[in-house]
Every structure is written in C-alpha cells, then in structure tokens.
Design a protein around this ligand. Sequence first.
Ligand SMILES: [Zn+2]
Length: 288
Amino acid sequence: MLVSAKEMLQKAKSGKYAVGQFNINNLEWTKAVLLTAEELRSPVILGVSEGAGKYMCGFNTVADMVKAMMKTLNITVPVALHLDHGTYEGAYKAMDAGFSSVMFDGSHYGIEENVEKTTDVIREAHSRGISVEAEVGAIGGEEDGVIGGGEVADPDECKRIADLGVDMLAAGIGNIHGKYPANWAGLRFDVLDAIQQKTGEMPLVLHGGTGIPADMIRKAISLGVSKINVNTECQLAFQEATRKYIEEGKDLIGKGFDPRKLLAPGVEAIKATVKEKMELFGSVGKAE
Ligand SMILES: [Zn+2]
C-alpha cells in the first residue's frame, strides 16, 4: 500500500537523515528501486514527472503498476508515489489516479499566485491524506521541459509557503537539475541555514542530487534537508551499463538480444546507484 510522504519525512528530519526520491521511467526502473529499498529496509519515494507519466501511458497506468508490483514483490517498506514538478492541473490528475504525494511547482508564478494555488492544492490533497511539496525559488537546469533559472530562495518567502501547511518544501539554494558545470559555485549553506531557522520542523527538499559531492550532501542533511531527489544519476548508470553490454557485443551472443537480458545490466546499475545513495543519505534500516 502506498503511503503519504509526510510521516517518513518527519521521522527523517528528527532522525537527521534523508529519504531518497528516485524518479522512475518504466517497469524495470520501478522494480529496481523497490527491490533495493526492500533489501535495505529503507523508506523510499518514487518520483514521476509529468513527462515520465505521459511516457508511461498516464498516471493511472503508473499508479496501478506500482501498486501491483508492491503486492507481487511483497514490498513492506514505506513507499510514496510522488508527482515531481507538477503543474496545478497535473497535481489534480495525479491525485485522482492514486498518487500518495504531489509536488505543486508554482515557483515560476509570482509569490501571490504561488501562495493561492499552493493553498488550493493543499486543501484538496490533505482531504485525501496526500502529502504536498511546494517550491520557492526556481531550481536551475532543465527537467522534462521545466526550466528553472537557478535562483536562490528568499527565506521569508519560504516561511510564507511553509506556513500554508505544506508537508515538505523545496528551496533553490544554488542546486540545479542534471549534470553540474565544472565552475559550479556549490550549495548556499548560509541560505539553507536561514531557511531552516525560519521554517523549523518543515522537512526541506534538495532537488538536483546528481553530482553534489558527498560532504555537501551530509552538510545539507545536517541543516534540515530530509528528502533528496535523484534522477539523472540513475539514467547515467543505466546508460553506461547498457552501452557496455552492446559495445562488448553481448547482444550478438546466443539469446543476448532478449530484452530481459539486454536490460539486465542497466537494472543492476540502477540498483547499485540507489543503494549508494540510500547509504549516503542514511535511510538504510529506517523503514521500521
Ligand atoms: Zn526537481
């Protein structure tokens, strides 16, 4: 059974660790993340962007696939199915399809419109026991066509959105989606600290987890980050392993063309990446 992300993130915040959100793209991806979470007894959040939802034939297909898979694989750790960077309309569609958590990304609106729309999504979501993530200060880079300018969030605006009753808050602190450029200035810990001071118990979310050095991740967790989004890193691991399989000509040997064989190294690579992240985030063994 899917659960809201609220409780697992409150536990993470008070326990000073973070729960990983791993974005899924297909059946193999979902299976890899769920099996790793179960093996490591870690809570987990499956992230689905609107683009990925469309690719997987809609939110209903995704929610039904995840629920059926959890039953068949006997997954007993807490799992939240979360809409990543949702539009206002998308958030409602995901809730109707059975998602247990939604992000409404109103960061590209002015603060007044962001407040108004976020309030509306929270009212609907909470009436159904669904958790809500909001965003202040657009996160840089590009994610499924959502382009952020890499702003640094204003701690006062963060407090204003937090006070609306969101369950988790994403704030731009110099983090970006995708690969980080060589001249990246690093995370703004001064801003993160100011945001935590103002928002107190609110679990904070770090987007763009790919390529942030481990010491910065640990420091971010110590300053109140309780959810870290990982997307690109799993994609790169999958790509590298699949490339190797084909470049080594393994698809040409015997039944190496069988998709169950051809995709297997990529799946193993996703599992290894998820494991590495769960260990870094400190969520291993926290499912109980
Ligand atoms: Zn993001």
